[in-house]
Design a protein around this ligand. Structure first.
Ligand SMILES: Nc1ncnc2c1ncn2[C@@H]1O[C@H](COP(=O)(O)OP(=O)(O)OP(=O)(O)O)[C@@H](O)[C@H]1O
Length: 597
């Protein structure tokens, strides 16, 4: 699944698509590794020292055979060999630890960068992605960076250098036997050139399938009640299984080619060994070389196996890792907002904000119809303004544009007379409290939810807001008061309570402008009255805009903006509009709900 296909929303929001081509995977990898380069160099150095101690072993072995052949004492050679073996194990272990630790740090860096970036994504970018797929990019794709750092980058460096050093040593021992060995190795290299790109393709498809599985799971877990109530468990299960099986199929394909690559390298070494033994035996017979030289060379052939396998492993691992890197990079190229600078919240009693739309035209994407066809209205500071109109009229979109989740194609939106496009985003949002229609409550405690937008709020302020939102009685009833857990998405609260928690959360930010998207669902009379009184209270000191779905909300409003098909058709009080606007009269007659539901 690709998330970087060009998206028309970008242009309609004035966000130019990123024109720079995606850098090659190796350059991306170096970018992640750069902060850890010294640790990586230390690890690579230790790996090289390990390799060097190994390289000396055949030479010491040759000395040992020579000593034995000439009846010389062998204690020195034996001690030397033991020392080299111990040094090899100790330095090798330390090197491996340093490399793995560095690789974990690379993964940590990538996860931090990616998660911070995802929190800054523009809402338009989130609209066209699957959250589950994005999650897979942070969890599973970044994990692959670990192997690619240790096995691929370091493996290529140390394996490559050891390989060169081994070849040089072999050349010094016997050039003819080296020629024989290289001929076999080059043949194997040609076969590997065919296999390796296949590993890349299969790995990429396997990772995409993991992303698709995450997306399916997120879809199910996000609406498990609906899935169960709709009896759709089996069909949803099949979708998850299909993605899991696709990932399995592609991983098995990648495993097949990886195994083929490994075996080709192994087979090449066996062939090289037998050929060297045959050619070397003949050379010993003719007296061209002695037995010690042949044994030393054969040890080098064995020794060659490890760096060759390291290099082959590095290349195959790089293929898997570059697929993951590409997926991470795709996520990092989604349009994002500039990094948020912390903006202070308005002080208590800050003056309310005035808001105005002037001929605003907006559509969610170039290939979608306009949602706003020139919306114009002005709301003075303080008081409650209700937005009413049939479903799809563009009321919620008004709020999204004020919050700058999207930018209009033309026209201006001003807050206190200043174009919202000119405001620093964090400064703009700190002036506004926003309560979404489905009033999201996050998992965690009641306190976590209330303090989400203002962690510094004092107890007295929290108590006051709880009273305003008529939540004080509820909190008293909860077994652990504010520390009671509210469940995933606040499932332990009623719909009305969730809405009031969301309002309380917004109020604790002391907004100069409160945007309240009323729930379309019917509330019971007690909850409805509590909500109405709350909003009326708040509107005395703040500017409140409400997308209203209930007649009881609009009758108390200071002014009502009637929207229809992306236009403002009338503005007035309930009394004016009931007689002056036929659509409003009709909506009021049906209590809004028939037209709004
Ligand atoms: N993220 C989006 N991407 C594309 N189209 C969208 C998006 N959000 C809303 N729309 C479309 O824009 C139009 C206006 O939506 P909006 O939510 O503003 O309507 P509304 O008046 O608030 O409706 P309701 O009363 O049902 O909440 C609708 O036709 C809707 O399908």
């Amino acid at each position: 699944m690709s998330i970087t296909d060009s998206d028309p929303t970008e242009r309609s929001e004035g966000t130019a698509p990123d024109p720079a081509p995606v850098p090659p995977a190796w350059r991306l990898l170096l970018g992640y590794v750069r902060p850890h380069r010294w640790a990586l160099c230390a690890g690579a150095l230790l790996a090289l020292v390990t390799g060097a101690t190994g390289l000396l072993l055949p030479l010491v072995a040759r000395g040992l055979i020579d000593d034995l052949a000439h009846d010389r004492p062998v204690t020195g050679a034996l001690l030397g060999m033991s020392g080299l073996v111990l040094a090899n194990a100790a330095v090798g272990g330390l090197g491996s630890y340093v490399l793995r630790r560095t690789a974990e740090s690379v993964v940590l860096g990538a996860r931090r960068a990616l998660s911070s970036y995802l929190l800054r994504l523009r809402i338009s970018a989130v609209d066209r992605t699957e959250p589950g797929d994005l999650m897979a990019r942070i969890t599973s794709d970044t994990t692959l960076l670990r192997e690619v750092t240790t096995d691929s980058l370091v493996g290529l460096g140390t394996g490559g250098l050891t390989l060169i050093a081994t070849v040089v040593m072999m050349g010094l021992v016997d050039a003819v036997l080296l020629g024989v060995t290289l001929a076999v190795v080059l043949g194997a290299g040609t076969v590997l050139g065919v296999i390796v790109p296949r590993i890349n393709r299969a790995s990429r498809q396997a990772q995409d399938a993991v992303g698709a599985m995450g997306a399916s799971l997120e879809r199910i877990l996000g609406a498990l009640r609906t899935v169960k109530a709709s009896g759709a468990e089996r069909r949803e299960e099949e979708a998850v299984h299909a993605a899991a099986e696709e990932s399995w199929r592609q991983s098995v394909r990648a495993a097949k080619w990886t195994a083929a690559a490994g075996n080709t390298a192994g087979l090449a070494m066996q062939i090289a060994f037998i050929t060297v033994l045959a050619v070397g035996g003949a050379r010993v017979a003719t007296g061209a070389i002695d037995v010690g030289t042949l044994v030393a060379f054969l040890l080098y052939v064995f020794y060659l196996m490890s760096p060759i396998q390291e290099v082959v492993g590095a290349v195959t691992q790089y293929q898997t890792g570059s697929a993951a890197l590409a997926r991470i990079q795709e996520a990092l190229r989604l349009p994002a907002e500039p990094p948020a600078r912390p903006a202070p919240l308005p002080s208590p009693g800050a003056r309310p904000a005035a808001i105005a739309f002037e001929d605003v035209r907006f559509r969610y994407a170039d290939d979608l119809p306009y949602v706003h066809h020139g919306v114009t209205f002005a709301v003075p500071a303080r008081g409650m303004t209700a937005f009413v109109g049939p479903s799809g009229a563009g009321k919620t979109t008004v709020f999204s544009l004020i919050e700058r989740f999207y930018d209009p194609e033309s026209g201006t939106i001003t807050l206190d007379g200043r174009d919202v496009a000119e405001w620093e985003l964090s400064e703009l949002r700190s002036a506004i409290g926003y309560v979404e229609q489905d009033a999201p409550v996050l998992s965690g405690s009641m306190r976590d939810n209330l303090l989400l937008g203002n962690p510094e709020a004092q107890d007295a302020e929290v108590a006051r807001v709880l009273k305003t939102t008529r939540l004080d009685a509820l909190v008293e009833r909860l077994p652990r008061g504010l520390d009671t857990l509210v469940g995933h998405r606040g499932t332990k609260l009623s719909g009305g309570e969730r809405q009031r928690v969301a309002i309380a959360r917004a109020l604790l930010r002391r907004p100069r402008l409160l945007l309240l998207d009323e729930a379309t669902s019917q509330l019971d009379a007690v909850n409805e009255a509590a909500l109405r009184d709350t909003v009326a209270d708040v509107a005395r000191s703040t500017t409140v805009l409400v997308v209203a779905h209930r007649l009881s909300t609009v009758t108390t409003a200071d002014r009502i903006v009637v929207m229809d098909a992306g236009r403002v058709r009338a503005v007035g009080t309930h009394r004016d509009l009931v007689t002056g606007d036929p659509l409003y009269a009709e909506l009021a007659a049906t209590q809004f709900l028939a037209a709004a539901g």
